[in-house]
Design a protein around this ligand. Structure first.
Ligand code: FE2
Length: 237
C-alpha cells in the first residue's frame, strides 16, 4: 500500500521539498529523542545542563549548534523506519530494495539563545565549502533528509526552505557548465537568480523532511524554550 499520495509526489516535484508526519510511530520517535538527550549527556528537565557540551560533540557556539558527525545511536537510527524508506522510494520512483537505512547520521541540535531571531545563510547542501570540490554533475546526493526529534515551534530553530529553488539552482548550473564545475560556484552565484521567499517548516518530534538536491534552505536561531533536535542524511539515489 502506498504511503505517499499523488499530491505529495507532485508537491515534491514542484516545490522540491516535503515535510512528512506519521511515518515514524510516536513511541519510536520519543525513544529517538531520549537517545539524543543521552548522547548529549544532558537532562531534559534541567536547562542548566544544556550548556555543558560533551567533548565528543562538535560545538559551534556562534550558531548555538551542537553536532555529532557520525551518530549511530540505535534508537535514533530506528527512526528510519520501513515507511520512511518506502516514502522515499515512492517520492523518487527509485527501487525500494535499493534504499537502505543509514548506518550513521549527522546530528544538528540548535540550542535556545537570547539573540535576535534570524535565519542563517541560504544555501544548498554540498555548495557551502569551497575546498571540498564537490562536482556539480553528476551530483552526489539525489535527496537529503532532516529527521526532527523534538517538538518545534515558530522561531524555535526550524528549517527554512525556498520552494522551487531546486529547479532554479539546477537551471543555473546547467546554463554554464564551464563556469560551474563545482557546487560551491553554483551556490555562490545564487544572487544571480530570483529564489523567492522562504517558508518556515515547523516540525514536531518524528517528522521528517525530504528535499531534492539544489534545494535552497537555511537553519535558524532558536529563540524558543527548548533545544531543537534533528539529524541530517544524504541519500545517493
Ligand atoms: Fe543544509
Amino acid at each position: 500500500m502506498s504511503v505517499v499520495t499523488d499530491e505529495q509526489v507532485e508537491q515534491f516535484r514542484r516545490e522540491g521539498h516535503i515535510l512528512f508526519s506519521g511515518l515514524i510511530p510516536e513511541e519510536v520517535a520519543r525513544c529517538g529523542e531520549a537517545a539524543m538527550w543521552a548522547l548529549l549527556e544532558m537532562d531534559p528537565e534541567d536547562p542548566e545542563t544544556w550548556s555543558e557540551v560533551p567533548d565528543h560533540a562538535v560545538h559551534k557556539p556562534t550558531r548555538h549548534l551542537v553536532q555529532h558527525q557520525n551518530c549511530a545511536a540505535p534508537d535514533i537510527l530506528a527512526c528510519y523506519t520501513d515507511e520512511v524508506l518506502t516514502a522515499l522510494s515512492e517520492l523518487t520512483g527509485k527501487d525500494r530494495g535499493k534504499i537502505h537505512s543509514p548506518k550513521k547520521v549527522l546530528t544538528q541540535n540548535v540550542f535556545p539563545c537570547d539573540e535576535p531571531w534570524s535565519h542563517s545563510r541560504s544555501h544548498f547542501d554540498g555548495g557551502t565549502n569551497r575546498w571540498k570540490f564537490n562536482d556539480t554533475f553528476p551530483i552526489r546526493y539525489g535527496v537529503h533528509s532532516i529527521l526532527y526529534l523534538s517538538d518545534g515551534e515558530p522561531h524555535g530553530g526550524g528549517t527554512f526552505g525556498w520552494p522551487g529553488t531546486h529547479k532554479t539552482m539546477r537551471g543555473l548550473a546547467v546554463s554554464n557548465p564551464a563556469k560551474y564545475p563545482y557546487l560551491y560556484e553554483v551556490n555562490s552565484d545564487m544572487h544571480l537568480v530570483d529564489i523567492g521567499e522562504p517558508v518556515e517548516l515547523v516540525a514536531k518530534c518524528g517528522d521528517i523532511l525530504f528535499y531534492r538536491n539544489f534545494f535552497v534552505h537555511a537553519g535558524s536561531r532558536n529563540v524558543g524554550a527548548r533545544p531543537r533536535f534533528a539529524c541530517r542524511h544524504g541519500w545517493t539515489l
